[in-house]
Design a binder for this molecule. Structure first.
Ligand SMILES: NC(=O)C1=CN([C@@H]2O[C@H](COP(=O)(O)OP(=O)(O)OC[C@H]3O[C@@H](n4cnc5c(N)ncnc54)[C@H](O)[C@@H]3O)[C@@H](O)[C@H]2O)C=CC1
Ligand SMILES: N/C(=C\C=C\C(=O)O)C(=O)O
Length: 488
């Protein structure tokens, strides 16, 4: 990291070397609003150099055995773990999230990505079948696709980058990655560990820059046959358009408008704190966060009272404050966008029960220009309101009553997204019935964000295309071929 008061200058990492760029983008510390880092403003030229390096490295890396590649991934995991504290400090400063979150969740999960895919790549099997009457044996082989283009967002920077990078290289691909220009620092720090981990030059190339310049150059490059993207739906549309002429393989992990459905037989002792977390963790900047809470009418008032009380205790603080539950939002623009949703809800006649515009935010003088806001609860809002339909991606959640199971399933499914729902009930039959009917790639019942990395992760409808996870990521990052051997 740069010395205090000095700007941190990032460089692209191409073919095992750090390379400066002709121009740079300012990157802000969300907790102060000050520029603290300069990110390369890369374009076609830098992407071309990275693709050439990845192409040159592909024959060597793809012909290594899965065991050899797994060893490299494991060493990288060890090195990341040894740098955990430094990475957590950097992630928190760059993104605005609490240091506690970066230290206990984000960076450990990035470490786990390399360990997990190092192990899982050793366990994939292929199919084999015979046709005795024709004297044939058929079998399948999986081969790496080639150069994987990875585009990752700003909310969980190192975790989401490595969630793509680890399975891509484990399967034998080489990589050109473009992290979000808003949060590039931990990706740059990762590059410093690659040589020591034994990652050959050109296997992992990271090009920093903005979406429309560096991102589009990567997506449009004819020698990049595959794009794995996490981010917003409009950007996914653009990526799909640019990929279409090349018939690229696409994995799109997009947003959500995730419902929590709370039945009258729910255990509120567990449901309230978990729903607070699911609504406001990481400032609500996780695609899996809850933003529509449907509560059965008979317990609506009781739930709301407890929920608002608990929201007021969800402390907003500077990221280094160990007692803070929530830090700063990612950018000034994003803060304004999130506040704009609350203003629109208020203008439509909804009630703001706590948070933005109602309660006070007490912050140190140095952080007054930081992008902070309080977690906000909205009620008396119609399902048609934009706050109930659009992804806000901030600490804002709507609480509304419902009467019947059938009604709540229809309303929960009534948005264009379908990523992550939660259902709270002590009736096992109801849990299975409702979970099956929800249009959602993930359904958590009586819990939230318990992840099993072996299982498929991803959304339905406008929440994305494809799934990630042990087998799904491996399938995506490889091509399958059927070989027929006539032996008689
Ligand atoms: N996982 C998720 O569900 C995420 C959702 N979002 C949603 O998106 C909204 C906007 O956030 P953004 O940072 O603007 O998301 P975004 O989708 O624009 O950015 C995500 C990544 O895509 C890149 N990108 C942007 N335009 C591109 C293009 N034309 N071609 C190729 N790559 C491009 C960005 O540089 C970044 O690396 C948020 O308010 C939130 O609602 C944002 C981040 C993550
Ligand atoms: N993809 C996102 C979150 C994933 C979390 C997980 O894998 O547990 C996101 O917020 O974009």
């Amino acid at each position: 990291m740069a010395a205090p008061g000095k700007l941190l200058m990032l460089e692209n990492f191409i073919d095992g070397k750090f390379l400066p760029c002709n121009s740079y983008i300012d990157s802000y510390d969300p907790s102060t609003g000050e520029v603290y880092c300069k990110v390369p403003n890369s374009g076609k030229e830098e992407i071309e150099a990275a693709v050439q390096a990845a192409r040159a490295a592909f024959p060597g890396w793809s012909s290594k055995s899965p065991q050899e590649r797994a060893q490299v991934l494991t060493r990288l995991a060890d090195l990341l773990e040894q740098s955990l504290e430094e990475l957590a400090q950097a992630e928190s400063k760059d993104q605005g999230k609490t240091l506690t979150m970066a230290r206990t969740v984000d960076i450990p999960r990035a470490v786990q990505n390399f360990r997990f895919f190092a192990s899982s790549v050793l366990h994939h099997t292929t199919e084999c079948t015979q046709m005795d009457h024709l004297g044939c044996l058929h079998y399948t082989v999986r081969t790496p696709v080639g150069i994987a283009g990875l585009i990752s967002p700003w909310n969980l920077p190192l975790y989401l980058l490595t969630w793509k990078m680890a399975p891509a290289i484990a399967a034998g691909n080489t990589v050109v990655a473009k992290p979000s220009e808003l949060t590039s620092v931990t990706a740059w720090m990762l590059c410093k560990l690659l040589d020591k981990a034994g990652v050959p030059p050109g296997v992992i190339n990271i090009v920093f820059g903005a979406g429309p310049r560096a991102g589009e150059a990567l997506v449009s490059h004819p020698e990049v046959p595959l794009i794995s993207f996490t981010g917003s739906q409009p950007t996914a549309e653009r990526i799909t358009q640019l990929s279409a002429p090349h018939c690229k393989k696409l994995s799109l992990e997009l947003g959500g408008k995730n419902p929590a459905i709370i039945f009258e037989d729910a255990n509120l002792e567990e449901c309230v704190p978990t729903t607070i977390r699911s609504s406001f963790a990481n400032q609500g900047e996780i695609c899996l966060c809850t933003s529509r809470i449907f509560v059965q009418k008979s317990i609506y008032s009781e739930f709301l009272k407890k929920f608002v009380e608990a929201t007021r205790k969800w402390k907003v603080g500077i990221p280094s404050d160990p007692s803070a539950c929530m830090g700063a939002l990612i950018s000034k623009e994003h803060l304004e966008k999130v506040r704009g949703y609350i203003k629109r809800a208020h203008a439509e006649g909804a009630h703001i029960l706590c948070g933005e515009g109602i309660d006070n935010l007490n912050l140190p003088a140095r952080n007054q220009a930081g992008y902070f806001m309080l977690p906000t609860v909205i009620t008396d809002i119609k399902d048609e309101s934009c706050c109930m339909k659009e992804e806000i991606f901030g600490p804002v959640t709507c609480v509304v009553p419902f009467e019947s199971e059938e009604e709540v399933i229809r309303r929960a499914n009534g948005v264009k997204y379908g990523l992550a729902a939660t259902v709270w009930s002590s009736n096992v039959g109801r849990i299975h019935r409702v979970a099956k009917k929800l249009q959602s790639g993930l359904v958590w019942t009586n819990c939230w964000l318990i992840r099993e990395l072996n299982l498929p992760f991803g959304g339905m409808k406008s929440s994305g295309i494809g799934r990630e996870g042990a087998k799904d990521s491996h399938d995506f990052f490889t091509e399958i071929k059927t070989i027929t051997v006539k032996h008689e």
